[in-house]
Design a binder for this molecule. Structure first.
Ligand SMILES: [Zn+2]
Length: 288
């Protein structure tokens, strides 16, 4: 499932190809994504020029020159592919992806003068939606999101001030998108391990020092993953088809029964299921 670093990498890749470009054509093969694509989607976007692409949590936001927007969410298995046209204007039929996605899962083609952006999604939990400038102000997907983990807004005083709202384990609190947005299961497990905090600890029982350490590791691990090209477990490849390497550095995620990698720790990684999700932690250095 794409998490924040993956979406950030998709954004960075797309910026190179579509910012300041006109959408010259749109082809929709399947309207039935998580939300049915609006029948006016094509009409609204045809001939429009993209000003910039930003990211909020796991949403890609396309800002149009006419001040309107469309947003893209990759869901569980969505991925964006870019086909670059050949110099003479012919479309290069091969994707950059080293492993070709299956064509039948190509649902949307956004066609630009020099390239084509393809939205491919096996499970179709992702979605794309158009908003006028006015509608965008009340976009329900974005309005309830918490702070961006990589922004300065995520700091000790924010954490301390807001943690009192969450009467649950620190694992579940970090997964709560209304607190910090964009963190998913992988990075929450990893950040808690690095911080030596047991995932089942009550959020409100954390000491000030632990909060500071945790914030530091949340930011660090996301930055590291972005710099390594994202985590390509299961469904993810970055837009140029290179595999991310970050999953090779997971210390607890998917590492059950292995010996803890922390120097001088004799513990083992345990997997438990909490709130329907897998939690991984070291029995020793993250003991309660
Ligand atoms: Zn350990």
């Amino acid at each position: 499932m794409p998490e924040l670093p993956e979406v950030e990498i998709t954004k960075k890749t797309l910026k190179k190809y579509v910012e300041h470009q006109y959408i010259t054509d749109i082809k929709i093969n399947n309207y039935n994504l998580r939300y049915k694509i609006n029948k006016n989607f094509k009409k609204n976007l045809l001939g429009k020029k993209i000003n910039k692409i930003t990211r909020r949590s796991k949403y890609l936001i396309f800002h149009l020159y006419d001040k309107n927007f469309f947003i893209l969410h990759l869901g569980m298995s969505g991925r964006v592919l870019v086909k670059q046209n050949k110099i003479r204007g012919l479309i290069d039929t091969s994707f950059y992806a080293s492993t070709l996605p299956i064509d039948k899962h190509n649902h949307i083609y956004l066609i630009f003068k020099k390239s084509t952006v393809v939205y491919n999604d096996t499970r179709r939990f992702g979605f794309i939606k158009y908003y006028t400038a006015t509608e965008f102000k009340n976009c329900s997907h974005l309005s309830k999101l918490g702070v961006e983990p990589l922004s300065d807004e995520l700091n000790f005083s924010f954490f301390k001030r807001n943690i009192i709202r969450f009467n649950k384990s620190i694992k579940n609190t970090l997964m709560d998108q209304s607190f910090i947005c964009g963190l998913g299961n992988i990075y929450v497990n990893e950040a808690l391990f690095l911080s030596k905090i047991n995932p089942n600890r009550s959020s409100q029982a954390l000491h000030e020092k632990e909060i500071k350490v945790l914030i530091n590791y949340i930011k660090k691990i996301l930055k590291k993953s972005i710099s390594m090209g994202g985590s390509s477990i299961k469904d993810f490849h970055n837009s140029e088809g290179k595999f991310g390497n970050f999953q090779n550095t997971f210390k607890v995620y998917g590492q059950e029964n292995k010996k803890c990698v922390r120097l001088n720790c004799t513990g083992f990684i345990k997997k438990s299921i909490t709130s329907g999700r897998a939690t991984f932690f070291c029995t020793k250095c993250q003991s309660e």
